[in-house]
Design a protein around this ligand. Structure first.
Ligand code: GLN
Length: 195
């Protein structure tokens, strides 16, 4: 399995390392013509307005929408989660608009710009250590969205079919189970598209 990491800006190398630890091939993605060769893609953390602008400039908005429509999974972490959302609180410009959720950027305020915690995540047996950095929150989700994790009652991870979103940075610990979870989604998507 080949999993791409969108490498326009943000935390790329760490995701590649986690993909490889979880047993797949990690591909640094800089051009849209690399997409057809991939089985899934991760949109990393960074700065969502910058990533969104670069995605538009390089044709990735349309290209990743098509990639998804062809049956391939997409995982957004932190800024990548914001990029996936249908709606961003107080912001006109949304990006991929693939996932039925409303997100708020920098939702933890100044006191808690970055912190670590242990999260219970549906589908993963033991708690996962999660690093939050100027993280977004998922404020509302549509009926087709499955909430996978909450922190203090607020949604921090969710799945909608082939779309996975996490407020935190799963690539910044030694625990690759979130990546493993995504790889399982990719496997599932691959086997159902073969029929
Ligand atoms: N605060 C960033 C944004 O709104 C996201 C932070 C991150 O990806 N660590 O884009």
């Amino acid at each position: 399995m080949k999993i791409g990491v969108l490498a326009l800006q943000g935390a790329v190398a760490e995701h590649i390392k986690m993909i490889e630890s979880a047993g797949a091939e990690g591909v640094v993605v800089k051009k849209t013509d690399q997409l057809p060769d991939l089985d899934g893609i991760i949109i990393p953390g960074g700065e969502s307005t910058t990533i969104g602008k670069l995605m538009r400039d390089y044709g990735f908005i349309e290209a990743i929408r098509t990639f998804y429509e062809q049956g391939k999974p997409v995982f957004g972490t932190c800024a990548g989660l914001i990029i996936l959302a249908d709606e961003i609180v107080g912001q006109e410009q949304a990006h991929l608009q693939l996932m039925n959720m409303k997100v708020q950027r920098n939702a933890f305020g100044r006191q808690r710009e970055s912190f670590e915690t242990e999260l219970a995540i549906k589908g993963i047996e033991e708690r996962v250590r999660a690093v939050f950095i100027r993280a977004p929150l998922i404020k509302e989700v549509g009926a087709e969205v499955d909430v996978l994790s909450t922190h203090n009652g607020e949604i921090v991870a969710a799945r909608q079919g082939r779309l996975l979103a996490a407020s935190f940075h799963p690539e910044l610990t030694n625990d690759y189970r979130m990546h493993q979870y995504f790889l399982d989604m990719v496997k599932e998507a691959k086997s159902s598209s073969v029929q």
